[in-house]
Structures are given as C-alpha cells and as structure tokens.
Design a binder for this molecule. Structure first.
Ligand SMILES: C[S@@+](CC[C@H](N)C(=O)[O-])C[C@H]1O[C@@H](n2cnc3c(N)ncnc32)[C@H](O)[C@@H]1O
Length: 218
C-alpha cells in the first residue's frame, strides 16, 4: 500500500485525530507564525482533510485564497465536503512539484517526514512564494525534554504504526522521520530569515516559519 492508498483508506480515522482540540490549537499557532497578510494566497501542501483551512482563513480573511494540495483522493473528498467557498480550493497533486504557479505563502504540517527529498521540496516552495514570501513547517519528533522521555517510546510506536506499509524500510520509521524533518527545517532556515523557531507540546512539535530571501543569497 503506498501513501496515497494509505491516506485514502484511513481518511476518516485520520480526520478525527487531525481535529482534536489540542491539534486545532497548534494549527492556529502555525497560521499565526506563517502570518500571511489579509488577501494573500496561501498553499497548504499535503493538506489532508483540510485541518488547516479555518486557521489559515482567519489570517487571510474573505479576500484571501486558500489552496490545499494533496495526492490522496480520500482525504480531499472530506476536505471538499467541509470547507467550500469561492476562494477555497483543494487540488490533487504532488506537493514536491507544486501544481500552482504563484502564491504569497505556503505551509506544510506533518508532511515533510513523508518526503524522500524534503530539502528539495522546501526549495521548490521557496521558489513558488519568491523573495519576501512566507513559509511555515510543523512536524512531530521525539522530545528532547527530560519530562517527556517516558513518552518517546510511545511516539516511536505511533510513528511506526502510522507509516504507510509501502514506505517501510531498513531505517526505523522514527529515525527516518526525524532525519527528514531536520533536513526540511534546516533548509527553511537557510533559505529564509527565520522568524519563528519553536518547540511545543512538551517538545514534541517543531515549528519553523520564515520570510524567503532572494535566491542569490541561498
Ligand atoms: C500526516 S498527513 C497531514 C495532513 C495535514 N497536513 C494535517 O495537518 O492534518 C500527510 C498528508 O500528506 C499527504 N502527502 C504525502 N506525500 C505527499 C505528496 N508528495 N504530495 C501531496 N500530498 C502528499 C498525504 O496524502 C496526507 O494527506
């Protein structure tokens, strides 16, 4: 089963988790860190069931545009049922090859750990929004906090069970996830003036947001 089939098969279950109150709070935190201006166009890569839509919409207002991009048809069906409007669209496509040609800002929550070349994807998103454009990434990792240490084995198990079977490899799922998350967030810090670099939820999430620098400075 590949990632598209996995997220289509488990779309309803994923949607429940994606909308837990604690997760919704973090989504608002991401949208505030992204800080698009009212009226901006924001692309949400790997948008899933559209969990970020309302938080992004709060920032861009009725004149702004929200574009969700995901490669799994099952999650997109739920997203389209939930969030509709003249300036909201959900597109089926590959986040690593953006199917849109311009945007003011882009975010990706819980996505980059699934990408084979996360740094390359961040570079493509930086090109899409251009100099002065905004990018934000949110991901989970094991926590470095002492108080959270007992929860890390549970996190490891959850990552293993939550990985599409076709994506399993010799590298343990949690190490692969963290390697990719580090690569993506590091790339965002290199290509932008990072304005937010945060850990939260006892250190389990990493949030990075920044303003893209001119390509000549990358
Ligand atoms: C863990 S879910 C996160 C969904 C959503 N961002 C959220 O915060 O709830 C990862 C999503 O990324 C999508 N995805 C993974 N790789 C993708 C790719 N290369 N292009 C587009 N979507 C992708 C999956 O289909 C899934 O919906």
């Amino acid at each position: 089963m590949n990632g598209q089939q996995f997220y289509t098969a488990f779309a309803r279950l994923y949607d429940r988790v994606a909308r837990l109150p604690g997760v919704s709070r973090v989504r608002r935190r991401v949208a505030r860190a992204l800080a698009p201006a009212p009226g901006d166009t924001v692309v949400d890569f790997g948008c899933g069931t559209g969990g970020n839509h309302d938080a992004v919409r709060e920032q861009v207002g009725p004149e702004g545009t929200y574009l969700g991009v995901d490669y799994a048809s099952g999650v997109l069906r739920i997203a389209r049922d939930r969030a509709a409007g003249p300036r909201t669209a959900f597109l089926r496509g590959d986040a690593t090859r953006p199917p849109v040609c311009r945007a003011d800002a882009a975010c990706a929550t819980f996505l980059v750990g699934m990408l084979a070349d996360p740094a390359g994807a961040v570079r493509a998103w930086a090109r899409l929004v251009g100099p002065g454009g905004r990018l934000a990434l949110l991901n989970l990792e094991r926590s470095p906090a002492r108080v959270a240490a007992p929860l890390n084995p549970l996190f490891r198990l959850a990552v293993r069970l939550g990985s599409p079977p076709g994506a399993r490899s010799d590298e343990p799922a949690v190490e692969r996830l963290e390697r990719r998350v580090r690569a993506a967030h590091g790339q965002l810090r290199r290509l932008s003036t990072a304005t937010v670099a945060d850990r939260g939820a006892l250190g389990f999430y990493r949030l990075t947001a920044g303003t893209v620098r001119p390509e000549s400075e990358w």
